[in-house]
Write a new protein. Structure first.
Lengths: 448, 424
């Protein structure tokens, strides 16, 4: 048997490389997303040490994002899946191993030995196409993974904002409860002095007791918000005792991106579109090679040798070929064509949805901003003025402490509404940023 | 012998060439042998005699009036005043009063209690057509009585009187058995609703008035009544309030009610009193001899009528409340807060000197006195009787003779008289 090792080696060496593969970090840096920490490590203690350092005395939004990128188990799984895709790309560049077959037949007159060595040559012929397809699939996987990271960063930012918002609301409600207690104490003193009826005093007590409900609900909401952030950051045990005191900022004087630029940026940066484009390219390549692959099926070329029982060796080339007698590859071609058309329609749908989603997100930011600023610039100052003027009338003995307390409670209610509006603004901003960073909310989530 | 009417006419002629027409100071009036009325915080209306007729001019208009320092409001009145200038005339005078209307609506003037022809009575729609804005009407009649009367609007009375169109009309007797009293004071009482922080009375108020005035002023802006020891004093009180009668009480004296707006009361029927009830739409005149020196309170005895701009109904009753801990916790939320009224309301006037109250409003009560804050407001003034006076200008506070001022009892006194503090 003479096996052309050189041919095998040449063939094996021929199909390795299809160019430098797309790097995830390039895709992320392009969108201003914090690159993965350099010291990412599988060693638990080392990673926890980095997490503790990032937690520091206070958790900030940026440190929360870095912790998530370092410690979120789902993201770590996604990165491993990308490793799978990278391995598949490498695999696509390799030729199939040659096949050697041998048989020994023992006869009365001697032993018959048969040896065959074949190599799939169709794989060699279609290697460039296979590499191209694998590269597209890998790039699609990179974009998909980048989407997961960017989406998770967006989730972290929104969860952080939610914690800030609920904390600020809880503080206002605590102040409100103190004020409500003053109202009840006032009533209790008047009742003790014999100046109000049982009915009036009971009504005052009811107002106070009812005032306890909302702070309790918000305290529960705060715990839930913290846990959501803990899940995103992969924290447990003492690591969940982080502190966060930075308040929500007031909306900036101007939005950082103009309305007309939002749609263009969302399209340019969209990772889903890029993934879909790669999938479309993949389906295009599949369609192009579908008929040929089916028509030619499998083809192997090699050599065959046999030792007759009388000791004579016979040898020569061997060819294995699938004959396209029944399947001419039409069905496969049709499948590939339909899959391509489906992918193209999905690409169009995605582009329309992204444009619409970006516009809608922008509108939510603008209206949330207007509402927050209206509270801050108009309603809250009027409420404060009302308290000040009421205090003047109390000083003139025209109104009592109960009226002053009621006015203050109204001011605090307005402050609560303002904080809700402010939180709504920053959440809308974070959602818009998702579009600008290349991820996007699923349409169903925009309804909430 | 001079005919007094010629004297008056000559004086009036002199005035006509020298005094500004219509709206002029009370001192432009000549002294009359029939008496001269002192309208505290006010003036008398000047007049001139034209062909034997005493001619007056009233201009009804809107203007800003100060009830007391710190409280001004847009009111309606006569010649820039509320009450309008006191009209003084003599029984038998023929008077002609021109009334110019500068209000935004028609008006008329009723001469309250005065006997005159039906068409001069001033009831708009009944006696006469109303005076349109911008027009001048003339009233003319002969005075057939003497006493204390009023003049006031009789068109849209609730509004026009409610925002100030009223004044006093005094008719001196043509002849009398004696000289007029040395001091002859006239007041007109009125009530207003001016919410703190506002600057216009609410004429729609029917019961809850919060500014009660003597001649358009509230204490501490009411001028005192000054008399020398031994002066005969007459105090004429007219009540143009919307719904409240006023029991006017004078400390330190008893007096006789000598007149109503129906005429003089015969001496044998004069009612002795220390408080004269002046019903709405009436006048009452009291007289006494100022034989008791000192500073004597003169005020309405309805206790809410000696308060300024008090809130009714919206402020809870805090009397008896323990407030020290409550106030401390309130100040964490409202830094300047202090419960007022838990120990009574007497100190309010002093407290508001360092507290912010609504703009254009005055404390509920209080004005400076010789022994601290006088916790009164509204319809309150002081009769000051002094032994030696060079003039009737405000002589300041009475210098009480030694031993005549209530003061804290000494321990020796308590012991001498068997008084144990805290024991009945």
């Amino acid at each position: 048997m003479r096996v052309s090792i050189g041919l095998v080696l040449t063939l094996a060496a021929a199909g390795c490389s299809a160019g430098r593969p797309l790097e995830l970090s390039e895709v992320l840096e392009e969108r201003g997303v914090t690159p993965l920490p350099q010291a990412a490590t599988d060693e638990l203690e080392a990673r926890l040490g980095q997490v503790r350092a990032l937690l520091g005395d206070e958790l900030s939004e940026e440190s929360a994002v870095r912790i998530a990128l370092l410690n979120n188990a789902h993201l770590r799984a996604e990165l491993e899946r990308l490793g799978v895709a990278r391995a598949e790309l490498r695999q696509a560049g390799l030729l199939a191993n040659p096949t050697v077959e041998g048989a020994l037949r023992f006869g009365s007159s001697g032993t018959n030995i048969e040896l065959d060595l074949v190599q799939n040559v169709l794989g060699l012929l279609f290697l460039p196409q296979r590499l191209q397809m694998a590269d597209s699939a890998y790039r699609a996987a990179v974009y998909a993974t980048a989407q997961e990271l960017v989406a998770t960063v967006g989730e972290v930012r929104r969860a952080f904002i939610a914690v800030q918002g609920v904390q600020m609301r809880r503080e206002v409600l605590e102040r409100g409860l103190e004020v409500a207690k003053l109202g009840y104490d006032f009533s209790r003193e008047l009742y003790r002095a014999g100046n109000i009826t049982e009915l009036q005093h009971t009504a005052a007590r009811l107002r106070y007791e009812e005032a306890k409900l909302l702070p309790a609900r918000v305290a529960s909401e705060e715990r839930a918000s913290r846990e959501r952030l803990n899940r995103l950051l992969g924290l447990w045990g003492p690591l969940t005792e982080w502190k966060l005191s930075a308040p929500l900022a007031v909306p900036p004087v101007e939005e950082p991106i103009a309305t007309e630029q939002v749609e263009r940026r969302a399209i340019e940066r969209s990772l889903a579109l890029r993934e879909a484009a790669e999938n479309t390219l993949l389906r295009t390549l599949e369609r192009e090679s579908a008929r040929r692959l089916t028509l030619f099926g499998d083809a192997s070329l090699g050599g065959s040798a046999e030792r007759e029982t009388d000791g004579e060796w016979l040898g020569g080339p061997a060819l294995a070929l699938a004959l396209p007698l029944f399947d001419f590859g039409g069905a496969e071609a049709a499948r590939a064509a339909a899959a391509l058309r489906a992918e193209e329609h999905e690409l169009t749908r995605l582009a329309v949805d992204i444009r619409s989603g970006a516009r809608a997100a922008r509108e939510r930011v603008l209206s949330a901003r207007e509402l927050a600023l209206f509270y801050r610039d108009v309603l809250l100052p009027l409420r404060k003025k009302l308290v000040a003027e009421t205090e003047r009338e109390v000083n003139a003995m025209l109104l009592g402490a109960d009226a002053l307390i009621a006015t203050k409670e109204s001011e605090l209610s307005a402050e609560l509404e303002y904080l809700t509006a402010l939180e709504g603004y920053w959440l809308a901003r974070a959602e818009l940023q998702l579009f600008l960073d290349g991820a996007s909310l699923p349409l169903s989530s925009e309804a909430k | 012998m001079w005919d007094f009417r010629i004297v008056i006419a000559l004086c009036a002629l002199a005035f006509a060439f020298t005094a500004p027409s219509g709206i002029a100071a009370a001192e432009a009036n000549a002294e009359s042998e029939h008496g001269r009325v002192i309208t505290p915080n006010g003036v008398s209306l000047p007049w001139r005699v034209i062909e034997g007729v005493k001619v007056f001019h009233l201009v009804v208009n809107e203007f800003e009036h100060e009830f007391a320092p710190g409280l001004k409001a847009k009111v309606w009145g006569y010649n820039g005043r509320t009450p309008g200038p006191t009209i003084e005339a003599v029984e038998g005078d023929r008077v002609r009063v021109y009334v110019t209307n500068r209000l935004p609506e028609p008006t008329s003037v009723h001469w309250h209690g005065i006997l005159l022809p039906s068409g001069m009575d001033g009831v708009s729609g009944l006696s006469q057509a109303p005076i349109p804005p911008g027009k001048t009407f003339a009233y003319e009649f002969t005075l057939r009585q003497h006493g204390t009367f009023m003049y006031h609007s009789h068109f849209d009375e609730m509004v026009q009187i409610g925002v100030g169109t009223s004044g006093i009309f005094v008719i001196h007797p043509k002849t009398s058995s004696g000289a007029p009293p040395e001091r002859d004071f006239a007041f007109i009482l009125n009530e207003w609703r001016i919410d703190p922080g506002t600057a216009r009375p609410n004429p729609g108020e029917m019961t809850d008035f919060n500014i009660l005035t003597l001649n358009g002023k509230v204490f501490p802006a009411t001028e005192p009544l000054v008399a020398k020891l031994g002066d005969r004093v007459r105090i004429r009180v007219a009540n143009i309030s919307a719904t409240d009668h006023h029991p006017i009480h004078l400390h330190g004296y008893r007096f006789k009610i000598t007149e109503t707006d129906g005429g003089p009361i015969p001496p044998e029927a004069q009612w002795p009193e220390t408080t004269v009830l002046v019903p709405v739409g009436s006048t009452r005149t009291v007289e006494f001899v100022a034989d008791n020196p000192g500073d004597w309170a003169l005020h309405c005895h309805m206790v809410h009528h000696t308060m300024n701009q008090m809130g009714h109904g919206e402020m809870p009753n805090v009397l008896g409340m323990r407030n020290s801990d409550f106030d401390r916790r309130m100040r964490k939320v409202f830094p300047g807060y202090a419960t007022m009224g838990a120990e009574g309301m007497g100190s309010h006037g002093e407290h508001v000197q360092h507290l912010a109250i609504p703009a254009n409003s005055i404390p509920m009560m209080g004005g400076p006195g010789p022994f601290g804050h006088i916790e009164m407001g509204g319809m309150f003034t002081v009769l000051k009787v002094r032994e030696n006076l060079n003039s009737y200008a405000d002589p300041g506070w009475y210098d009480n003779p030694a031993g005549t001022v209530a003061r804290e009892a000494t321990a020796a006194e308590l012991q001498r008289d068997g008084i144990v503090e805290g024991k009945d």
